[in-house]
Design a protein around this ligand. Structure first.
Ligand SMILES: [Zn+2]
Length: 64
């Protein structure tokens, strides 16, 4: 089985994937890509937080 590449998974997370349905179907049956997706989601979340705190200039604490 061919796996989805990380770049494509990244686009999927950011909702820019061109074939979302195919990726979703693959994720249902492939734990490997699910793991990669989860790792990328974490990385993207961290990146976004860093981006936002640099935008505001203040050290925005991720509170509850
Ligand atoms: Zn896969």
């Amino acid at each position: 089985m061919e796996h989805i590449d990380e770049e494509e998974l990244e686009r999927y997370i950011l909702k820019h994937a061109c074939d979302e349905a195919r990726i979703e179907e693959h994720l249902l049956v492939c734990h490997h890509c699910m793991d990669v997706l989860e790792r990328l989601e974490d990385e993207i979340a961290v990146m976004k937080m860093a981006l936002e705190s640099s935008k505001t200039g203040k050290s925005a604490r991720a509170g509850r």
